[in-house]
Design a protein around this ligand. Structure first.
Ligand SMILES: *Cc1c(COP(=O)(O)O)cnc(C)c1O
Length: 426
């Protein structure tokens, strides 16, 4: 890493903890100094030294249409020229709400917020307020933002209460969250049999994208639906990452699961801060001022952010968009697996929609413990070899990757050429 990035990283650390405003950006998992970014276009980003990278981070998901898409930039500029914020209702919020309800039919009513964290925090509160119960079930390795109730890891046994996964979360708060194993249907059934009457809701990433990429086993999401219905608990699909990526209607459309609540973020803001929580009308109408569950936001439904989201959804909805991007993503993972094989590296990869996972392991993992078996050191060497060759992957072995509509055959070719060398160095 040459001079300018290093200088910026050192200067940043004098005023910003670890030099970053979100922890994984600091490159602690992979080592070294992160490039500081300056501009982006289509499939590419450029750093402060003018180096170009093919980007598979996509701002951690939002940039599905590609960076600085002219239609999105124009919409943002037009909205900004009219008003930056009112703190009063606008028509564009209705249009975005209508689009969300049309694309994700389980959503009958929706509230816009400013981040995925706000969306999941509100969904949890709604589930508790609606049911009058306190317990929340989540799954190890799934990430739902950084609200206290959700920064919880498994206790010593599945049926014991969870432990805080962050300092500053009171054990009493964590005690209201049960942490189970993703894809373990029998454990879910056992938990509901024992404590069903106390469970307010289950929150899950329908495709886990925060422990690398783990697909749901057949029957797992279905079992969550069955158990929640049977015991009167609220099923929350956290589609902050999967929404408009795994399919136009999200993972719930792809797997045919109708949740009670859905959380959205990332793509619906098109790169600006937007999140949403929506679902069944009877649950959503418990929210203030119609009901007793409080939620609010100074910048919620911000006109500039909403304009970016609307312009992005319009692109995502265009006929053929999802099929094309899914095919590109498939070509990428198949190509990577082929290059690894040629290099004799133990490796596997898979994709769904425009999300992908790469694993230094013989087969794709189906659980959190299996994810932990991936060869992290090898990933880190591969990551740096790719970065040096102008390919920007998420800086951790435990993150999913993202392809945008701006990635095409030329970008895949260039990526695979880099990978052919990087696998030999890994
Ligand atoms: C990113 C993410 C969140 C948190 O969203 P922020 O906008 O970062 O607060 C929540 N859930 C999932 C599944 C995510 O991927």
């Amino acid at each position: 890493m040459s001079q300018r990035n290093q200088e910026l990283f050192e200067r940043a650390q004098l005023r910003i903890p670890a030099g970053v405003n979100s922890p994984v950006r600091a490159f602690r998992a992979v080592g070294g100094a992160p490039p500081f970014m300056e501009r982006a276009s289509g499939a590419n980003v450029w750093d402060a030294e003018g180096r170009r990278y093919i980007d598979y981070l996509g701002s951690w998901g939002p940039m599905v249409a590609g960076h600085t898409h002219p239609a999105v930039v124009e919409a943002v500029q037009a909205a900004a020229a009219k008003a930056l914020s009112f703190g009063a209702p606008t028509e564009s919020e209705i249009v975005l709400a209508e689009a969300i309800c049309r694309l994700v039919p389980s959503i009958e009513r929706v509230r816009l917020v400013s981040s995925g964290t706000e969306a999941t925090m509100t969904a949890i509160r709604l589930a508790r307020g609606f049911t009058g119960r306190s317990l929340i079930v989540k799954f190890e390795g799934c990430y739902h933002g950084h609200a206290d109730s959700l920064l919880v890891k498994a206790g010593s046994g599945a049926l014991t209460f969870g432990n805080p996964s962050s300092a500053g979360v009171p054990p009493q708060t964590a005690a209201h969250t049960l942490v189970l194993d993703f894809n373990d249907t029998a454990q879910v059934e056992k938990t509901f049999a024992a404590r069903g009457g106390e469970i307010a809701g289950v929150i899950v990433e329908p495709v886990a994208g925060n422990m690398n990429l783990v697909l749901p086993k057949p029957g797992f999401l279905e079992a969550l639906r069955v158990q929640c219905t049977k015991h009167g608990a609220v099923l929350i699909l956290d589609e902050v990452m999967t929404g408009f990526r795994v399919a136009l209607g999200g993972a719930q459309a792809r797997f045919g699961i109708r949740p009670d609540l859905t959380t959205l973020g990332k793509v619906i803001g098109g790169g600006l801060p937007v999140g949403a929580v929506g679902g069944r009308r009877d649950i959503m109408e418990k929210i203030a001022p119609l009901g007793p569950v409080y939620q609010a936001g100074t910048l919620s439904g911000n006109p500039v952010a909403v304009a970016a989201g609307l312009a992005t959804l319009k692109l995502v909805e265009a006929p053929g968009f999802q099929d094309r991007i899914e095919a590109t993503t498939k070509a990428l993972v198949e190509g990577l697996a082929a290059e690894a094989k040629k290099a004799g590296v133990v490796f596997s990869a898979q994709s769904i929609g425009s999300m992908f996972g790469v694993y230094f392991r013989a087969t794709p993992p189906t659980s959190f413990p299996e994810v932990m078996q991936c060869d992290k050191d090898r990933f880190n060497r591969f990551f740096h070899a790719m970065l040096e060759r102008g390919v920007y992957l998420a800086p951790s072995a435990y993150e999913a990757g993202f392809v945008s509509a701006a990635h095409g055959a030329a970008e895949i070719d260039e990526t695979l050429k880099a990978a052919a060398e990087a696998f030999r160095l890994a």
